[in-house]
Design a protein around this ligand. Structure first.
Ligand SMILES: Cc1cc2nc3c(=O)[nH]c(=O)nc-3n(C[C@H](O)[C@H](O)[C@H](O)COP(=O)(O)O)c2cc1C
Length: 210
């Protein structure tokens, strides 16, 4: 049983080249994200994880009209970076859609206030939980034949962050933790100039069987 699961998680990779094609109907996309949000664990079952699924023109304009102008402003006069990020962000816009992940800070803060002994841990655990959710959604999409990548442009720019909330009329307590552009991949995963390698796993896992 577990080997089946482990083989399935190997199918998840980073795909930058995306097309405007989805392998699944929108209703299925919605249920993938709903199921992942519902069943991914959270600290003290606080359920602060939130997600938005956006497709078509809404996804394009999220990247082209919110992320791109906001991010380019953070680059100043650095022409080389402007060129690189203009290209990168257009690649994300070329996908079928985007899933945005959030953690509701109203819940995180309420938990910190309620369980004072762990007050400083809740923000950390919240980040752990959103990572678990992202991984579950990413893997589920991969199993449907869809490529995706994980992006963090809201972290670099308060303007992008604020405009994302405004675009979808979201509470200001929702902190965006990642954006995942997705679609049927147009090519191989990863960055061809940096093939994925693995550190020997023995250096990373120690066992003490008795
Ligand atoms: C927490 C986390 C943050 C990441 N942030 C980014 C990112 O901002 N931009 C990006 O292109 N990839 C990002 N990645 C993707 C990693 O670079 C990628 O997963 C890693 O190189 C392994 O490649 P793989 O996804 O093909 O297995 C992130 C991955 C994780 C787990």
């Amino acid at each position: 049983m577990s080997s089946t699961f482990l083989n399935l998680i190997k199918t998840r990779r980073t795909h930058y080249g995306l097309s405007k094609v989805s392998t699944v109907p929108d209703a299925k996309l919605r249920s993938i994200v709903e199921e992942a949000v519902k069943y991914t664990p959270s600290p003290f079952n606080m359920q602060a994880g939130r997600a938005i699924v956006v497709t078509g023109n809404r996804s394009d304009s999220l990247w082209e009209k919110i992320v791109k102008p906001g991010h380019l402003k953070t680059l100043g006069e650095d022409e080389a970076s402007i060129k690189v990020y203009t290209q990168k962000i257009s690649e994300y816009a070329a996908g079928y859609g985007t899933i945005l992940f959030f953690e509701d800070q109203a819940i995180v803060n309420a938990m910190s206030a309620k369980i004072v002994a762990f007050a400083s841990e809740f923000p950390v655990w919240s980040e752990n939980a959103t990572g678990m959710l992202q991984s579950n959604v990413w893997t589920a999409l991969a199993l449907e034949g869809m490529g995706a990548s994980l992006q963090h442009y809201t972290a670099y720019s308060p303007e992008v962050s604020a405009n994302v909330l405004k675009e979808f009329d979201l509470p200001t307590t929702w902190k965006c933790t990642a954006m995942m552009p997705f679609g049927v991949p147009t090519g191989e995963p990863g960055n061809p100039s940096r093939p994925k390698t693995f550190i020997p796993v023995e250096e990373r896992v120690k066992v003490f069987f008795e």
